[in-house]
Design a protein around this ligand. Structure first.
Ligand code: NAD
Length: 303
């Protein structure tokens, strides 16, 4: 069907966000006497995590934030990570806290994330914020799902000239399928789609007839972690395809969960990998940090 689908350029949308957030950080600094602050906790020396953290800090600084970090050895004990969290919880100049996942060894993120102050939970993973998402009552939304929704809004609007002008799409009458049910991506992205009135199906490793279920969807979100699992015949002609997956092939290439060239033959709009959801995840961490700052200090600034 669509020979020239709309390639949803996450890098470009993230760059638009960076400019928008820089302006918001300046507003915060003018009212508060300091810019919003991001506190980063990195445990261990996983090369991918190090790269992600370096990129997040660099982007935060480019958006006018100030950053601080605790870098702990892979052998760090639970109480040492807890101490780093408590330090950022208490610091007045830190508004958002990022605990980079996955954690090495036996460190349990399910026990450590709830120790982050919910109002400094820039990743939106604290059970309190998850509960707010579930009840549709605001709170800090998790970064990857939120970034995915902005890409969907851009697809629905046919572009994004400015963040202020990008409407939150009403998805009434549209069927969405989310493949993957993790707490980090699948579950929350489904809740956000539901909030916008989409009719949402969750699919996962135990779902029968997965290709057929996917081919019924107007919006397909793939958050699985299986290289090019989603093929052409899984995609309804004219669907919007949002590929969250990041997979490295045997020859070192980064690919998504969707066979991109095949997806382009069917989709109306599709995210590439790399350059789709990934850059938006980072932009949303900065966005959430600014929001945490504005909310905690009751500043009259709209994010
Ligand atoms: P996860 O392993 O926690 O969850 C994967 C989900 O996929 C599970 O719910 C599982 O039921 C489902 N699944 C597994 N095999 C399946 C199959 N054959 N068919 C259907 N469903 C299947 O992973 P996650 O943390 O949700 O991440 C998913 C992918 O998204 C990974 O590739 C990850 O690297 C990527 N990711 C990208 C970003 C980003 O910023 N772009 C952020 C987070 C995660």
């Amino acid at each position: 069907m669509a020979t020239n689908p709309y390639i949803l350029d996450g890098k470009a949308l993230a760059a638009t966000f960076h400019g928008y957030l820089r302006a918001k950080s300046n507003e915060v600094a003018a009212k508060l006497g300091r810019p919003p602050g991001l506190g980063v906790i990195l445990v261990g020396d996983n090369p991918a995590s190090r790269t992600y953290v370096a990129n997040k800090e660099k982007t935060a600084i480019a958006c006018g934030l100030h950053t601080a970090d605790h870098k702990l050895a892979a052998a760090a004990r639970f109480d040492e990570v807890q101490e780093a969290i408590n330090d950022f919880n208490a610091r007045e100049d830190i508004d958002g806290i990022l605990l980079q996942l996955p954690l090495p060894g036996s460190l349990d993120s399910k026990k450590l994330i709830p120790m982050i102050r919910p109002d400094k939970d820039a990743d939106g993973l604290h059970p309190f914020n998850q509960g707010l998402l579930m009840s549709g009552s605001g709170g800090i939304k998790p970064c990857t799902p939120l970034g995915t929704m902005y890409l969907l809004d851009m697809a629905m609007a046919g572009g994004c000239a400015s963040i202020e002008q990008l409407p939150a799409a009403d998805l009434s009458g549209l069927r969405a399928i989310v493949v993957g049910r993790s707490i980090l991506v699948g579950k929350p992205v489904g809740m956000l789609l539901l909030e916008r009135n989409a009719t949402v199906t969750y699919a996962h490793s135990k779902t029968p007839e997965l290709p057929q279920r996917c081919a019924e969807a107007d919006i397909l979100v793939a958050a699985v972690g299986r290289a090019e699992l989603v093929r052409k015949e899984w995609i309804k002609p004219g669907a919007i395809v949002l590929d969250v997956g990041i997979n490295r092939t045997a020859d070192g290439k980064l690919v998504g969960d969707v066979a991109f060239a095949e997806g382009c033959e069917r989709a109306r709009a599709i995210t590439p990998v790399p350059g789709g959801v990934g850059p938006m995840t980072v932009a949303m961490l900065i966005r959430n940090t600014v929001q945490c700052c504005v909310d905690r200090h009751g500043l009259a600034i709209r994010i």
